[in-house]
Ligand binder design. Structure first.
Ligand SMILES: [Zn+2]
Length: 212
């Protein structure tokens, strides 16, 4: 069984090992032979395809170990491309993970899960912004506004995420695509303002003070 190592475009594991499980010799190519090779992620078992030229030796599935160190095989194309998800930068690790789950769930059509994760992103962000904040999420959002950490508009968005995310967790009716999408948009804007922009500003400050 052959392997390649890639960041998984599905579960986003870094340096995941993909194992071959099938191959097809393209009848339209002969010198060199070109194979379409199916691999799966060792973490989430989702699929990955490479097109590879056979320069001698065994066919791709018969090669054991790393396909890319085999002198008999040359990878010429691969897909799906590792998607560098478009998400706000400078997020604390746990918030980034939750945000990616919210975004991935939306893409996968799991709208309820996405809405619930959007609310979780908000909840964890509010805690991070004000670690010693007390009371309900409602009160803690209000407090963030009072101490000038968020603007009036942002406070309104935060309350929308809080309320709608809560509904998604407790209502019997499934949430719609539009609902989950809007909630994620609000969440993204909230993160951009509270983490991304301050992160960009402090990076800029550092580079100015270093004379870069
Ligand atoms: Zn994976």
């Amino acid at each position: 069984m052959g392997t390649i190592t890639r960041d998984c475009p599905h579960c986003h594991s870094a340096n995941s090992t993909f194992n071959t499980f099938g191959e097809f010799s393209d009848p339209n190519t002969n010198t060199p032979k070109v194979y379409t090779v199916a691999l799966r992620c060792g973490g989430c078992h989702e699929g990955y395809i490479i097109r590879a030229e056979q320069l001698g030796g065994q066919s791709p599935c018969r090669i054991s170990g790393n396909l890319e160190t085999s002198k008999y095989l040359k990878v010429i194309r691969e897909y799906p491309e590792a998607i560098t998800a478009e998400y706000p930068k400078y997020l604390p690790d746990n918030i980034e993970k939750f945000y990616i789950q919210a975004a991935d769930s939306l893409k996968a059509g799991s709208y309820d899960a996405s809405a619930i994760m959007s609310r979780k992103v908000l909840e964890v962000s509010v805690k991070k912004l004000q670690p010693d904040g007390k009371g309900s999420l409602y009160q803690r959002i209000e407090r963030l506004y009072e101490i000038g950490k968020i603007t009036d508009d942002l406070k309104s968005w935060a309350h929308i995420i809080r309320g709608d995310g809560n509904d998604a967790a407790h209502e019997e009716d499934p949430v719609t695509n539009l609902f989950a999408e809007q909630l994620l948009d609000f969440t993204e804007m909230f993160l951009m303002y509270t983490f991304t922009m301050p992160g960009m500003v402090s990076t800029k400050k550092i580079s100015i003070s270093e004379g870069v």
